[in-house]
Design a protein around this ligand. Structure first.
Ligand SMILES: [Zn+2]
Length: 294
């Protein structure tokens, strides 16, 4: 049922750090994945044009799911390729490569923020029954503090620095932060613990997305649900912008979900899925889905 990891290959990857253009030579330990949606062995690869060496993206020969086949080991992400660090690198790369879009992003954001925008935590506050809730990839805990007082907030964060900041947010409310990969952290809790979970801009990062959803299905109470927000690879903007689309972020984003592939992955692990109409528009770069334990 779980995605199996093949023997990890090892190779040296040269990673250029913007904006200085300096090359930092890192020894990156990679692991090879089979397709997380359909278990295709990925022996016949179809390269996707959006990849950038050494970060190749492929379209699964079995089901078409777009993903990185070879990904850095978890500890590499924690250390050399910390998400906070590569986010800043990508932001700078986009600023340099797409100055017009970057200017729009920066200068129009305040207008977008004037519109009410539904976040996963809003859906939990409105629809979940009181009890423990968990935010996977909680970062510094910014969203954990938005959970209604009827919930006990828990979080999972792989970065030690961010986890300790999030701990300060939840400790006073009786919750705690697990500093681990999401699958490992979820397995530390008894089955049927959580009323709800939020995966906010998270699942696109996790090379073990399948095992994470399988663990969630066990740790959610019956009728409990997870709200998943991910970049929508099927969006119009991706089709127009191509490799410059904001959802293409290498090597941070290892899964590129469409409605179809996210639904296939959820159903495979025993979760029903629905896409609230206004939260899954093809004109939006992101989509929100509700995965429920039945
Ligand atoms: Zn596949």
């Amino acid at each position: 049922m779980f995605a199996k990891l093949l023997e990890p290959p090892y190779y040296r990857a040269e990673i250029s750090i913007w904006p200085e253009g300096s090359i930092v030579d890192l020894q990156i330990r990679m692991k090879r994945r089979i397709c997380p949606v359909c278990d295709d062995a990925n022996l016949k690869t179809r390269q996707n044009a959006y990849g950038r060496l050494p970060w190749a993206i492929i379209d699964c020969a079995g089901c078409g799911f777009t993903h990185m086949r070879d990904v850095p080991e978890t500890e590499e992400l924690v250390d050399a390729l910390a998400w906070e660090k590569t986010f800043a690198v990508e932001a700078e790369r986009r600023r340099v490569h797409t100055p017009v879009q970057s200017w729009m992003d920066t200068h129009m954001r305040w207008r977008l923020n004037m519109l009410p925008r539904t976040e996963p935590v809003d859906i939990v506050n409105r629809d979940a029954v009181a009890g423990p809730v968990i935010d996977l990839g909680c970062g510094s805990g910014e969203h954990l503090q938005k959970f209604d007082t009827k919930f006990t907030p828990y979080g999972v964060e792989i970065s030690a620095q961010l986890a300790s900041r999030a701990e300060a947010v939840v400790a006073a409310r009786g919750g705690r932060i697990e500093q681990a990969s999401s699958h490992e952290a979820l397995m530390r809790f008894p089955d049927e613990t959580f009323s709800a979970a939020t995966l906010r801009s998270y699942l696109e990062h996790d090379a073990d997305a399948g095992p994470v959803l399988a663990a969630l299905a066990r740790k959610l109470k019956r009728g409990g649900f997870a709200v998943v927000k991910v970049p929508n690879y099927g969006s119009i903007n991706r089709q127009v912008m191509g490799a410059k689309w904001c959802g293409i972020r290498l090597p941070d984003h290892v899964n590129y979900f469409t409605r179809g592939s996210l639904a296939a992955l959820a159903k495979r692990h025993g979760l029903s899925i629905r896409f609230p109409f206004l939260l899954c528009l093809p004109t939006d770069d992101n989509m929100i889905a509700i995965l429920q334990r039945v």
